[in-house]
Design a protein around this ligand. Structure first.
Ligand code: MN
Length: 373
């Protein structure tokens, strides 16, 4: 077997244009900035990880620029010289030099798994314990246009068999207007497709308790993170009041969060994101805590490109309790393909690629085209 010591890390920022702007409550993105982290081993193997955040530092305080600085200045020196399969040891070393920066650490940790898998000639899901499934359902993110246009887009996706469930972002308008818009959309779609909404932590407890029951009545099947990350008590109250599942996202970043949310009954579903939690291993630990508490999980995204999406896909396919589908649609939002062979979206599902490591290869011309100068 080739020498598996890490010889050097290389970081590159890309700006990948989107097909249409992707909007959150207060932020919007026309392009997704992306940090590629390459781990080169002494044996000549290269593993790749991707550092992305959803539309800027508003979500969790990190951005591609902070991730590049953290990786180059602090993480790379403690990773270089280690063997790629000493993941737990390297995680501890990274934690010893940097307290949070979970998005940056995730990029490095996924790159280590890719390099490790390629060194052994096995896929990343093998390193994560083997498969529970070969593909995962993908929810489509609908736009923030007025209700008629959004319903048309959803019906087109449904009729073509591309997606069977939809996620809508809320929190950009007043609660009254926002609720009216979603009720209109959900009433038209609810009998044919699953409709989920994400408040991205924009409402408070009383607003949530007042308006969310109307969404339930209109047929919305799941409410994601209505209140701020730290308002766990608010999540508990809302979850108790609603007959449909409340999903935790911003409130759930660490295994400790997973335990606390489970103990308090703050969420019926957990949104897993490799990015927000510092990588595949921490995310698996969160899923294991959820499994012990009989809480199903959903494969969330930070609008990852194909590398990050492939990593999250390997994990989602290795975890038995990811039974609430996924939103691994990031690559579908991107205007141009970054891989030599695109990820396979078919029949409403994203299918696992084959091959060692993440099983995907970047197209060097596409990478060069979008590299930030
Ligand atoms: Mn979310």
């Amino acid at each position: 077997m080739s020498d598996k010591r890490v010889e050097r890390l290389e970081t590159t920022i890309l700006d990948v244009p989107l097909r249409r702007p992707h909007r959150f409550a207060r932020a919007s993105m026309d392009a997704q900035p992306m940090l590629l982290v390459r781990v080169h081993t002494a044996g000549g193997v290269t593993g790749i990880g991707e550092g992305v955040v959803p539309g800027g530092p508003w979500w969790g305080g990190e951005s591609v620029e902070t991730m590049k600085a953290i990786v180059d200045t602090y993480l790379a020196p403690v990773v270089v010289g280690q063997e790629v399969d000493r993941i737990a040891d390297i995680q501890q070393r990274m934690h010893d030099v940097s307290a949070e920066n979970l998005f940056a650490k995730a990029a490095v940790e996924v790159a280590l798994h890719d390099a490790w898998g390629r060194t052994l000639g096995v896929p990343v899901h093998t390193l994560l314990g083997g498969l529970a499934r070969d593909s995962i359902a993908v929810t489509w993110a609908l736009g923030t246009e007025e209700a008629g246009a959004v319903v048309d887009e959803a019906l087109e996706k449904l009729d073509s068999g591309q997606h069977h469930s939809f996620k809508l972002k809320m929190g950009a308008q007043s609660p009254e207007d926002d609720t009216r818009r979603i009720v209109e959309i959900a009433s038209k779609l609810a009998c044919r497709a699953g409709v989920r909404v994400d408040l991205n932590a924009r409402w408070d407890r009383l607003t949530s308790l007042r308006y969310l029951p109307r969404l339930v009545e209109a047929g919305v099947e799941l409410i994601e993170q209505p209140v701020p990350a730290e308002d766990i008590e608010g999540m508990v109250a809302i979850n108790a009041a609603l007959p449909i599942p409340v999903m935790a996202d911003e409130s759930l970043r660490t295994p400790r969060d997973a335990y606390r949310l489970a103990r308090l009954g703050a969420a019926d579903v957990y949104s897993l994101k490799t990015t927000k939690s510092g990588g595949l291993r921490n995310t698996r630990m969160i899923a294991d805590v959820a499994a012990a508490a009989a809480i199903p999980c959903h494969g969330g995204t930070a609008i990852e490109g194909p590398i990050g999406t492939a990593g999250s896909l390997h994990l989602a396919c290795a975890l038995p309790n990811v039974t609430f589908g996924s939103e691994l649609f990031g690559p579908l939002l991107m205007r141009e393909e970054l891989l030599t062979t695109p990820l396979e979206y078919r029949d409403g599902h994203l299918h696992l690629p084959s091959g060692p490591g993440l099983g995907v290869e970047l197209d060097p011309d596409a990478v060069a085209k979008f590299t930030r100068s």
